[in-house]
Design a binder for this molecule. Structure first.
Ligand code: HXC
Length: 522
């Protein structure tokens, strides 16, 4: 009797293992090989690389679709085309869903979506980051509207999680039509060069409707979205590179808006001088320099992690660590378009500022801005409302805000780059700073137009007036005499000051009027 029972139990366990092993094989050897041949890892391999070795725990492996339409009744789709679960990344819990292209093209049907909802709900309840790995033909065509409902439920949860838990999407295959909107609702989009794409309408539809010819890669590949549209924050070199970079990003971020960001061990000194900064600003005001070098000098170990490296390059945003703590840096980069503000730069900085503020990451701003980019293209692209986003984002941010003016801080653009009146806690200027309504030449041409034209020697008179304007405004002393900036510092002291200030401001608390939410000019 006892022997018989043991046998039945063992059989049950064998059955369980056989069932599980079949599902672990995903779409089968041939399709796994096809996936590898196209340069992609499978969903399971991707999760193995993303998570610390052996820590991934799968959720709802046995879920099956229940559609009977268009031949689906007889069709088995292992794990319904998506692997969901959680594990450890750098020793911290993260939830994830990875679409399995070898199982019905990773297409999203009702149950596939429910599996994703489940881990998103767990991530929200547990207050931990969520990573989505997309590799899918989109809505499962045979299932019809339940697939669309599936996407709707994901969008809703993405929105619930916005500003609450960090959400990251890795695009590692096709993502077409409305399927692009979950990624767009998350905080960060990674793409893999050559093997991933995102678009609302593909090359064939574009050709049929408007006659334009474009390849898939040019239309919606990683480089296109990283450099032209700004939809992609990180264009990566392959699956392994993409997943490694996601791990790096997660190392900067807190679990949720209710947890502090992790503190890395730092061997860099809070008292380190940066002598190279004393000579970085060129003697000639219209000469460029690379603001990225300034950020590197100030950061712990010279390390920066930069989203949107190829897009709106006149504005730099980056995560760095100062004494092991995460800091969000926003900076004009005079190397590109003189660091002027435009539509894209405003959007790039605003979204970054709002992310950092939502997750309690202090903001460090470096300002060298000659103004807004002029022209009909900018005006008709809505620089007025896009520029206003930057004012709004800085003003609503309540995290510690420190600003360093390295050179130009002109006009409205000066105000926009985290000036005192937008709530900066501490504004510092280098001796090379020029805080003014505009550059001296432009100012004198307007204010003294008649006087210059009527002078016996107009060129000499203009030079005189320009020199006097420069003496008055093109330095940090007029602003500092009025308390508009707190301190003029030697550039080499920048890191020391930033370290002390972040330490002093760590427990900053700022009350705001109670309301439902702001209405940022979108
Ligand atoms: C059901 C799908 C599918 C889909 C792919 N498959 N996409 N099954 N619904 N949407 C299946 C294929 O039938 C095939 O099954 C397997 O996945 C692999 O697909 P292939 O075509 O063989 O692969 P490949 O040649 O690499 O081409 C990949 C592809 C292509 C470019 C993604 O499959 C494709 O164009 N799929 C349809 C894309 C699409 O139009 N989706 C709907 C988008 S609209 P078998 O059984 O043969 O192996 C949308 C709306 C979302 O998603 C709205 C949200 C609000």
């Amino acid at each position: 009797m006892e022997k018989e029972q043991k046998g039945a139990t063992a059989e049950k366990i064998d059955r369980f293992e056989a069932k599980r092993d079949a599902l672990m094989a995903m779409g089968g050897e041939k399709l796994v090989q096809k996936q590898h041949d196209s340069g992609k890892l499978t969903a399971r391999e991707r999760l193995d690389v993303l998570f610390d070795k052996g820590t991934f725990q799968e959720v709802q492996l046995f879920v099956e679709h229940r559609s009977t339409l268009f031949g689906l009744g007889e069709k088995k789709i292992p794990a319904d085309g998506v692997i969901t679960g959680f594990g450890q990344v750098n020793g911290r819990t993260v939830f994830a869903a990875a679409q399995d292209f070898t199982s019905a093209g990773g297409s999203l049907g009702e149950m596939h979506a429910r599996k994703i909802w489940k881990v998103m709900d767990m991530a929200l309840a547990a207050r931990k980051p969520f990573v989505a790995i997309n590799d899918s033909g989109g809505a499962r065509i045979q299932e019809g509207v339940p697939s669309l409902e599936g996407y709707g439920g994901i969008f809703y949860r993405n929105t619930l999680g916005s500003g609450y838990i960090p959400q990251i999407t890795a695009i590692m295959g096709p993502t077409a039509g409305g399927a692009v909107y979950s990624p767009a609702l998350t905080d960060w989009i990674f793409m893999v060069k050559k093997s991933s794409s995102m678009y609302i309408t593909g090359p064939d539809v574009i050709k049929a409707v408007i006659g334009e010819e474009v390849s898939q890669e040019d239309l919606g590949g990683a480089v296109a979205h990283a450099s032209k549209s700004g939809v992609c924050h990180f264009a990566t070199e392959g699956d392994a590179d993409c997943l490694a970079k996601i791990r790096t990003l997660l190392s900067f971020l807190p679990d949720s808006c209710q947890s502090p960001a992790p503190i890395a061990s730092s061997t860099d000194s809070a008292d380190r001088e940066c002598p190279e900064l004393d000579t970085i600003v060129p003697d000639k005001a219209n000469r460029a320099y690379d603001m990225k070098q300034v950020i590197r000098s100030v950061a712990d170990g010279g390390e920066i992690f930069e989203p949107h490296e190829l897009w709106a390059r006149n504005m730099l945003v980056a995560f760095i660590r100062i004494m092991g703590r995460t800091v969000g840096v926003i900076a004009n980069n005079p190397r590109f378009n003189a660091g002027a503000l435009d539509v894209q730069a405003s959007d790039k900085a605003s979204r970054f500022i709002r992310f950092c503020d939502a997750f309690n990451i202090p903001l460090l701003t470096f300002s060298d801005v000659p103004g807004y980019m002029p022209g009909t293209h900018q005006e008709w692209s809505g620089i007025i409302s896009h520029g206003a986003k930057l004012l709004h984002a800085y003003s609503e941010a309540t995290v510690p805000k420190i600003t360093v003016v390295t050179r130009k801080a002109y006009g409205g653009a000066y105000i926009a780059m985290c000036s005192k009146q937008l709530g900066a806690d501490y504004v510092m200027a280098w001796p090379t700073a020029e805080i003014a309504v505009m550059g001296a030449e432009g100012a004198c041409n307007i204010v003294y137009r008649r006087e210059i034209s009527e002078a016996a020697d107009p060129a000499a008179r203009r030079a005189e007036l320009v020199a006097s304007y420069e003496e008055q405004f093109n330095n940090p002393y007029f602003a500092s005499s009025m308390g508009i900036i707190e301190e003029v510092i030697r550039p080499r002291d920048t890191r020391r000051r930033v370290c002390t200030l972040l330490d002093a401001l760590r427990d900053k608390a700022e009350a705001r009027p109670a309301k439902k939410h702001n209405n940022i000019p979108l």
